[in-house]
Design a protein around this ligand. Sequence first.
Ligand SMILES: Nc1ncnc2c1ncn2[C@@H]1O[C@H](COP(=O)(O)OP(=O)(O)OP(=O)(O)O)[C@@H](O)[C@H]1O
Ligand SMILES: [Mg+2]
Length: 246
Amino acid sequence: MEGAPIVEAQAVHKVFRFGQVKVHALRGVSLAFFPGEFTSIMGPSGSGKSTLLNLIGCLDRPTKGEILIAGESTRRLSDSALADLRNRTIGFVFQDFSLLPQLTAEQNVALPLIYRGIPGRRRRERALQALEQVGLLPRAHHKPAQLSGGEQQRVAIARALVGEPALILADEPTGALDSRNSQGIMAVFQRLNQQGLTIIQVTHDEQIAHHSRRIVRLRDGSVVVEEEVREPFVAQEPAEVEEEGA
Ligand SMILES: Nc1ncnc2c1ncn2[C@@H]1O[C@H](COP(=O)(O)OP(=O)(O)OP(=O)(O)O)[C@@H](O)[C@H]1O
Ligand SMILES: [Mg+2]
């Protein structure tokens, strides 16, 4: 792998406190993710996968240990500086898509650019480009309820891409989808990864994990094994979406 890691966890611990109860969700996890990698994080329910993804994504801070982004420690950054770094570097994709129902696909995708103060016309251009990257330009003016689950997740991926992140983090991106739509999401991820995007996904599903090139397995908050996927499954691109009105 070339260059420095995009993101690195160094001896990371996370302890959640809930009244008197302490949950040791991560127990000293050290991992590096290099530019251009496509990694799956697997493990039983409660093993710390989402906790780890949230720390890597700087949505939360470790109790002990360090998260480095592009070689720089995030420990001393203020919350707003951390949010800034996160917004410039990372795109997030969630199991439940997290789209706003009253907005069109294009408006949902453009949303992160509003917070960056990018002017309306440029936002529109970028949103349409991102929708094109996921094969959904013909659905730009549809609202989420008018889209299939697989299409909604592709809109969510376009929203993650619109800020041109170096890294995509996806927590169970196919968890709410049937196998055909899941294939479509893996096809989009594989194509984006071939174009150089770094992707880390959490999944329960061995089939889905075998579309990536590395699998990290967690158990009880620790990494038990890291393995290379020698021959990743190649996902079929979803069929072309028809033009509106066609
Ligand atoms: N905000 C929180 N407050 C308290 N405990 C938490 C919190 N978030 C996670 N935990 C606990 O930390 C442990 C790891 O949780 P995490 O969500 O990372 O697991 P996971 O591997 O993503 O599981 P799943 O496959 O079910 O999504 C669990 O025991 C969970 O109950
Ligand atoms: Mg989880």
